[in-house]
Each structure stands twice: as C-alpha cells, then as structure tokens.
Write a new protein. Structure first.
Length: 132
C-alpha cells in the first residue's frame, strides 16, 4: 500500500501562504515562481502552510513544497525518491522526499524542474487512484 501524506486543512488559496511569500525575503521571491507552477498543475491543487513551508496538495494529499533558508530555497517533493530525474537535480537521501536547491546567481534548469513538478503532480494522482 502506498503511503500518502495528507493535510486535510489544505484550501484552494491559503492566506498564510500568501503572507509567507510577501514577507519581503529575497529567498522567498526565488521560490515563488516554482510554487506558482505547482499551483498551476490542475484545478484540484490545494495549499497550506505546513511546518513553515508553502505546501501543494491534490485535495489533501501533499506532493510538493517550497522552503526558504539563509542561502538557498528548496523546491521539494514528498515522493521525490520515486521521480525520474535525468537531469540530476534532486538532492537528498531520505526514504521518500527529495528537493532541488535554488541559489541567487546560479542558473536553474527550468525545463527539468518544470518536468519534475509535473511528474510529482502526476505521481500523486496515480497514488490517489491506486489507494481507492
């Protein structure tokens, strides 16, 4: 059985997520377009501020998040270990989660990261379908 991390309080647009992005932090601005891409994956995407990070869900099932740190931002995936990553962007060694680090002044492989976001969305849809 596939484990799905659920956040039942996720909503279409969470004011706490909006406030997180408007806090004026440079690193948060770096993460903002990537969370916008998660939001745009489908009409079923919901969001919540979980553990201080904007988190994207399909319904209540978490699939991605962004985080801001002192020197970088993360674009993370709850089931990232199972995603195909031919560009080698994903970092981490946990059982399930992986992330991509973003830093100001360092180029981002935009097509590869967009592909990972879309794959994470499709992956959670598949997990949800198989859990029913």
């Amino acid at each position: 059985m596939t484990q799905i991390f659920r956040l039942p309080s996720a909503v279409r647009r969470d004011p706490d997520v909006e406030a997180w992005f408007t806090a004026g932090d440079e690193i948060r601005r770096l993460a903002a377009p990537w969370f916008a891409r998660m939001r745009a994956c489908g009409p079923d995407v919901r969001e919540i501020l979980h553990d201080g990070c904007p988190t994207a869900c399909v319904g209540d099932a978490a699939f991605g998040y962004v985080g801001a740190f002192s020197a970088h931002a993360n674009v993370g995936f709850f089931h990232g270990a199972s995603l195909d990553d031919p560009a080698g962007l994903l970092e981490g060694s946990g059982k399930r989660m992986r992330h991509v680090k973003l830093r100001w002044g360092h180029p981002v492989d935009t097509p590869a990261l967009e592909t990972l976001i879309a794959a994470a969305y499709r992956d959670i849809l598949s997990r949800l379908a198989s859990s029913n």
